[in-house]
Design a protein around this ligand. Structure first.
Ligand SMILES: [Mg+2]
Length: 196
């Protein structure tokens, strides 16, 4: 890792890292009568997690949810609030990079949700098209060694390739991830300890 005291800036994903997308989405689906398939917690693909939902309909409903006002009410990830507050107190700043949606109203909803849980601590909230890779956005921090907090293996590996210092937040869907230079943590309490 190349982090120094001058780089108290953290790049972070939002869904599954700051806020609990799966719980929010699960409530949205349940309200619409969709039923979860058993033993699919390891599946990333939403079309595989629900009965009577094709892969493409799964993508469509994710797009619909991400652009809905339900995004304003997503719960925070366990442990995120207190540990991020402690890091902010110690001078860390944060940029959020999220593939929620590139629609301005979706970004407004995301900022409202994040500021409700974490306060106005974010330098920027960069929103790109739903589900898109983040490599282009991350390129502006190439070779900075900045901490990059993700839960999607591909985005974590892209950050590593660009000379960032990724950590992966563990979930059922990324349980098979294994990279010699990317630590897997259970949440922000572990990240706080790493930075001490
Ligand atoms: Mg995520």
């Amino acid at each position: 890792m190349h982090r120094t005291k001058q780089t108290k800036h953290i790049l972070t994903d939002a869904d599954g890292v700051l806020v609990d997308w799966l719980t929010g989405f699960g409530e949205y689906m349940a309200a619409r009568g969709f039923v979860r398939k058993p033993n699919t917690d390891h599946e990333y693909v939403i079309g595989k997690r629900y009965e009577d939902l094709s892969i493409s309909d799964g993508h469509a409903i994710v797009h619909e949810y991400n652009n809905s006002s339900a995004i304003r009410n997503m719960p925070p990830m366990p442990g995120a609030q207190e540990n991020i507050a402690a890091l902010a107190e110690e001078g860390y700043t944060f940029t959020v990079i999220t593939s929620l949606s590139d629609q301005p109203h979706a970004r407004d909803n995301r900022i409202h949700n994040l500021e409700t849980h974490f306060g106005k601590i974010f330098n920027d909230v960069i929103c790109i098209k739903t589900g898109r890779p983040k490599v282009k956005v991350l390129t502006q921090w190439k070779d900075t060694g900045l901490l990059w907090v993700e839960d999607h293996p591909n985005n974590a590996v892209d950050g590593h390739t660009l000379g960032l210092s990724p950590v992966l937040i563990a979930h059922e869907q990324n349980a098979e991830f294994n990279h010699p230079e990317i630590p897997v943590v259970s949440g922000w309490a572990d990240i706080y300890k790493m930075l001490r």
